[in-house]
Design a binder for this molecule. Structure first.
Ligand code: FMN
Ligand code: SF4
Length: 643
């Protein structure tokens, strides 16, 4: 299939774009502590500019400092930031790519480390959403001063040669806080009905327009909905979009959500692809300026369909440019299978920000490392044996082979995939098949000698005479040795998901409430079983923050009974004995089947023998320590890059 519509040119005001795909703004934390463009950031954006995207949107940039959202946010509150930003612009322009910048004020939605010791501000005094951090209401003079700061920053952006400015009026940040009745409780000229709630935004647009001139392209990002009771609805957003158009905005970019509903702005895989497109479509019907749709549009074919059906004029993709910066080049060449689609795991990118680290991508280890990580031919070609065809082993084998090494990959099962073959089975996890299939396809495109149904023993490895061995044999479910654990009614999450065992009976007890346990409870309750989830302490501690509320909601909707603070003591024929870890009291809960999901233990029995026989042995992925897809793929990549 060839794509026509997304590659058509389009205009945003006076700005002519070569195609209709926009790279959505994504805060990266690649800026310096002072808020300047760094070398790392230049390389990161350069890789994305290369792909031929119509418009590259540079991330949130503070107009006022401190009080960003996170630390290491770009700044435009002073002229001193202009020269480095100009460098960034000219780099992007050297690829014939247009570039905009997003002007931003976090308002109440900040973190302690990013406040610089100041109290977060907003239209009204409402909780910041960060425990222990309160916000205060801005005075009218302060509001007017902030309007000027947006205008000052816009002039600097124009001086830095940006092709357009996006004003960040969504996601519950300062402008969005004024727009939303959920956060704007003012009774003066800045609060009340929509006209008054829009005053701050309209004042900014007017003042910015006065500074940048009539013909400079201005984009406004809005929420099509806050998706919260008492917040903005699509009906109000439509009216708002019309007023923004009247005020001189050249394009409307339709996103959604605020901090209390953060999963609407970085949507996890539980939300369907293109979940915000209908909001954009409704707005598009009512305005004449171009409308940009965004939100889990991780497939170029879906982007094409959105444009073809007239639901939006442009499609913004954020994370798809992290997982595969060459997405558009591959799409143009019709190499759809080669595109590494974002799987919406929300782990490497957004979760890293919550860990106060710069973004990466679970499935693309090169994000933010563009300068340093390059798959180049190896100086000395080696024979490499990789044991285990899960994500870590496949990534390692693929990269090593691309570098010219002679690679043999042993997999004991009849197919490649490892844990990915079962991780996609619980409800809402189908996106995992995308990375599984991608890795398998890419390995198949290399010269890797894949040996399926081959459990590698030491003698097999010895007979290959390898220069290096990579052990990636994964992990197995850990089974605590408690009375009754050998009973037939006890099964493991892996055995159920792989189809080796079936759900049995009506009363299911899931032991362990990490990500796997929660997903097993979701899986079992999907089949209309009565499910009890037993958590020693917290529930879902390793589930990414954006995913957690949606997963918990699924469990709640399906009446999963969650027992927190209980430990499994014994399994009897028709019940389990649980111990309250605080009071030490015991209780019995009826059970037809017990699913063990208390954790994994590495399957690395071969490691010691290998280390005695070979000089270069690498233990990676879950067989080093059971963790996530991110760790498996990143370790596979890094090891193969350094051999
Ligand atoms: C790591 C990360 C950082 C983000 N930072 C911003 C930002 O700076 N400004 C903004 O308006 N949206 C930001 N977003 C939201 C994206 O612009 C986009 O709306 C969202 O990721 C959904 O689109 P996608 O599914 O194509 O990624 C961010 C998203 C991610 C994943
Ligand atoms: S980390 Fe996950 S959600 Fe983020 S870009 Fe990569 S695949 Fe997508």
């Amino acid at each position: 299939m060839s794509l026509k519509r997304i590659f058509e040119p389009v205009d945003i005001g006076t700005l002519h774009l070569r195609n209709r795909i926009v790279m959505a703004p994504m805060f990266s934390q690649f800026a310096s502590e002072k808020g300047e463009v760094t070398e790392r950031m230049l390389h990161y954006y350069e890789r994305r500019a290369e792909s031929g995207v119509g418009l590259l949107m540079v991330e949130t940039t503070c107009v006022d400092y401190p009080l960003g959202t996170f630390t290491r946010e770009l700044r435009l509150d002073s002229d001193i930031f202009v020269p480095r930003l100009t460098e960034l612009v000219s780099l992007v322009h050297s690829y014939n790519t247009k570039v905009s910048i997003q002007l931003h004020h976090a308002g109440r939605q900040t973190y302690v480390a990013a406040t610089g010791g100041l109290t977060p501000v907003g239209p009204s005094e409402v909780p910041s959403g960060t425990p222990g951090l309160f916000s205060r209401a801005l005075s009218v003079d302060e509001i007017k001063a902030l309007v000027t700061k947006f205008a000052d920053a816009s002039e600097r952006a124009k001086n830095a040669d940006f092709d357009a400015i996006e004003i960040h009026g969504s996601h519950g940040y300062l402008i969005s806080q004024f727009l939303s009745p959920f956060t704007n409780k003012r009774t003066d000229e800045y609060g009340g009905d929509l006209n008054r709630r829009m005053k701050f935004a309209l004042d900014i647009i007017k003042t910015v327009r006065g500074r940048v001139g009539d013909y400079y392209p201005l984009i406004f990002r809005i929420n099509g909905s806050d998706f919260i009771e008492g917040g903005l609805t699509i009906e109000e957003s439509i009216v708002m979009a019309r007023k923004l158009e009247e005020a001189g905005i050249n394009a409307v970019h339709v996103s959604a959500g605020l901090r209390e509903r953060g999963y609407w702005y970085e949507q996890p895989m539980y939300l369907p692809r293109g979940c915000l497109v209908d909001l954009a479509a409704k707005i598009k019907k009512q305005v004449n300026v171009p409308v940009i749709a965004v939100g889990r549009i991780n497939d170029v074919l879906l982007a094409e369909q959105i444009i073809e059906e007239g639901k939006a004029d442009l499609v913004a993709m954020g994370r798809p440019f992290l997982s595969d910066p060459l997405i558009l080049k591959k799409a143009e060449a019709g190499q759809f299978d080669d595109i590494r689609k974002c799987i919406a795991c929300v782990d490497g990118c957004i979760e890293n920000l919550f860990r106060h680290k710069a973004i990466t991508c679970s499935i693309n280890p090169e994000v933010g490392m563009e300068k340093w990580f390059k798959v180049t031919p190896a100086k000395r070609k080696k024979k490499i044996v990789v044991i285990g065809g899960g994500p870590a082993g496949m990534e390692a084998a693929m990269i090593a082979s691309q570098r010219g090494h002679n690679v043999v990959l042993f997999e004991k099962e009849k197919e490649l995939g490892g844990q990915l073959n079962i991780a996609h089975v619980p409800p809402g996890k189908t996106e995992i098949t995308e990375i599984r299939n991608w890795l398998i396809n890419q390995v198949r495109k290399t010269t890797v000698d894949v040996r399926l149904n081959s459990e590698a023993k030491l003698k097999d490895v010895l007979s290959e005479k390898p220069d290096a061995v990579i052990l990636a044999t994964g992990a197995d479910i850990y089974t605590p040795q408690i009375p009754g654990v050998d009973k037939k009614m006890v099964t493991s999450a892996n055995d159920l998901l792989s189809g080796k065992k079936k759900l049995a009976g009506e009363k299911i007890i899931v032991i362990g409430a990490g990500m796997v346990g929660c997903e097993m409870a979701d899986y079992a309750s999907e089949k209309q079983k009565s499910v009890t989830l037993v958590a020693r302490r917290r529930c879902g501690h390793d589930v990414p923050a954006r995913t957690r509320p949606l997963l918990f909601k699924r469990l709640e909707d399906k009446n999963v009974d969650i027992l927190k603070g209980w430990e499994l003591q014994e399994i009897k024929d028709t019940k389990v004995v649980l111990l309250d870890i605080n009071t030490k009291k015991k209780k019995e809960v009826p059970a037809d089947q017990v699913i063990m999901a208390v954790g994994y233990r590495p399957t690395n029995d071969l490691a010691r023998e290998l280390m005695q026989k070979f000089k270069e042995v690498h233990v990676i992925g879950d067989c080093f320590m059971p963790r996530k897809i991110l760790n498996a793929i990143h370790e596979g990549y890094r090891v193969a890059l350094n051999i």
